[in-house]
Design a protein around this ligand. Structure first.
Ligand SMILES: [Zn+2]
Length: 216
């Protein structure tokens, strides 16, 4: 990181902010989304649409090494988690809820220098009593980068490719909220849910930072 560079908003370039109020506000309107592939899934919530400044800021954090965005984004995630827990109390019950980040390919984690989604989850959980992160999923080495793949190929690429990290799996029956960055086709979330079901873990809800799928 070059400390001599002036701080600029990752969404719009405004000086003096990591994420200005306007761009941060793009992640402030939690909404239910209904992608057709997830029609039988538990509720899916998104913080933002994956376009414009929200997309620019998210990519700056994910691929551009802007770690200073992790705090502001995690704060938005924490607010969203509290809203979801309030709204869907019956789904998650009264016990502890585990926030499970969708896994990234090891090559992507190495390229980015960190598992940024796990870091966001761990920062967010600090602001939400009763929620703890369980980084208990990983991707098979056979899973390829899905960028550029159409929906059918994304599903094919991920089929059976989400695996459990056995030592980190919560006790069976623990309610889980799945957490991913961008919802494109739902292939990642569905395969994560399937892997967790194999460990007796019910997914009570799904939260994504941004929705790239059509909203109805
Ligand atoms: Zn901005």
């Amino acid at each position: 990181m070059n400390l001599l560079l002036p701080l600029r908003c990752a969404g719009c370039g405004l000086a003096g902010f990591a994420l200005c109020a306007g761009c941060g506000g793009r992640f402030a309107r939690l909404r239910r989304v209904h992608p057709p592939e997830l029609s039988s899934a538990p509720p899916v919530h998104a913080l933002a649409r994956y376009c414009g400044r929200a997309r620019t800021a998210l990519l700056a954090c994910k691929e551009g090494g802007r770690r200073d965005l992790e705090g502001p984004l995690a704060a938005r995630v924490a607010v969203a988690l509290r809203e979801i827990l309030d709204e869907h109390a019956a789904l998650v019950g009264t016990g502890p809820v585990r926030l499970v980040p969708a896994p990234s390919r090891p090559a992507a984690v190495r390229r980015r220098g960190r598992a940024y989604l796990v870091r966001l989850a761990r920062r967010a959980e600090r602001g939400v009593p009763g929620v703890r992160t369980a980084d208990c999923l990983r991707l098979s080495p056979l899973v390829r980068d899905s960028v550029g793949l159409d929906s059918a190929r994304r599903f094919e690429n991920l089929r059976g490719g989400v695996l459990l990290r056995r030592s980190r799996v919560p006790s069976p029956g623990t309610p889980v909220l799945l957490f991913d960055d961008v919802l494109t086709t739902g292939a990642t979330l569905l395969n994560c849910r399937e892997a967790l079901a194999g460990a007796g873990l019910p997914v009570a809800g799904m939260l994504v930072l941004a929705n790239a799928a059509r909203e109805t």
